[in-house]
Design a protein around this ligand. Sequence first.
Ligand code: ADP
Length: 488
Amino acid sequence: MNLHVTGFSALVRKANLINGEWVGADDGKTIDVTDPATGQTIATVPNAGQAEASRAIDAAHDAFPDWAGMPLGQRVALMRRLHDAIQDNLEPMAQMLTAEQGKPLSESRAEVGSSAAYVLWFAEEARRTNGSVIPSPIPGRKLMTTRHPVGVVAAITPWNFPSSMLARKLGPALAAGCTVVVKPASATPLSGLVWGHLAEECGFPAGVINVLTGSARAIGGEITANPKVRKITFTGSTEIGKQLLAEAAGTVKRMSMELGGNAPFIVFDDADLDAAVDGAIIAKFRNAGQTCICTNRLFVQAGIYDRFVEAFAARVASLKVAPGGEDGAEQGPLVDDAALEKIEELVADALAKGGNLVTGGAAHERGGLFYQPTVIAEATSAMRVTTEEIFGPVAPVYRFETDDEAIAAANDTEYGLASYAYTTDLARMFRLQDRLEYGLIGINEVLIVMPEIPFGGLKESGLGKEGSWQGIDDYLETKYTCIGGMSG
Ligand code: ADP
């Protein structure tokens, strides 16, 4: 098999994959996909709706028994092939990701590499979905549990990580023996379509992976209402997540939700200042601040506050803002006009409420969707940035005196996804582990996500875990069997 291509356009089929066929929308309508760095249209994809979603679900449903029943070794081999195909095409896939999403090419390469790693991890985990034998308290009975794929899974993915969010869903679903209907975000549908193409080339049977682009409402409505869909796995906003939970209640589906965050980043007086600044740059400005684990609020202790703000702002001011494909780009454009308008509103609100603009604070001279990396010192809880997900390159810095004050402020949110802290005090590290109400805690480290760990939020940040040995559980049902009359 030689799937290696030099440009990304050869990788993308600009049609939907339903039951092994590449098809357009029934009414022929399309959606333009634009490069956020230039505003130019780079592709058009089908604008599918309810009828197409229904057919994709039927295809996944029909393909399910054979896929679930395929000898495990064969299923694992197909997944390993998919991993290799992604690795072989890492460069064109990364270029495509940057073109549709805007992030720097270095981040796109890391995302595609991580996507392949998730597929491999779950291919390996597929071999460990064993059940158990339970010692019976009653003579003459054999008690056991077995684990089975839940059935058809619908995976709805966001625009900020169009490849890796899919990998975290497709990986465990396929490994468990589920078939899948994928609905990528309309702003960034190309990565999902490439996955469909590669899977087809690798030899996945028709109907096992179906990819639909189009109306979120129409496709989403069919996914939530259709009883053949047994599980929905969603990454996106808390608002849409709640809507999907409510809509899916009618058919009692299994639900996995990766929703919003409001990550605190706490710097204590005893922290290694350089390490804290390095961490804050990555945790805040990665993907132009558009990730659900990006730092939203920086809390800095009074004794180190001025030094931190000075060093941090100097680094922020020197970040290279440029199209993601340009050499050395560190911050690309925002995803769309609405994102830019929201950032402008949040900054105006913070400054009107007494924030001290240290650097940035305006549209970038490159124009379009580029915004200056921004630091606002003396932030207060009255500002909208305290409670709303910023999702952009704006860093509000709050001052605190005591540990209790910082932890209470950090936890004062309905979200509970990622949190970060910098300190050299071991006892404090363990106190933070106990008291931070977050599913992910990074202490003196911000690059904390990898296939081996359970990624998932507490509180309104979500339900379930992606990655780790736990990540496959949500795609499996446990059956219990009791066999009586065994006393001979
Ligand atoms: P984001 O802020 O990341 O765009 P959204 O929650 O709006 O988050 O979107 C995440 C994903 O959910 C996208 O694929 C989007 O198309 C999809 N989506 C949005 N609205 C609905 C809906 N009503 N039903 C199903 N999917 C939806």
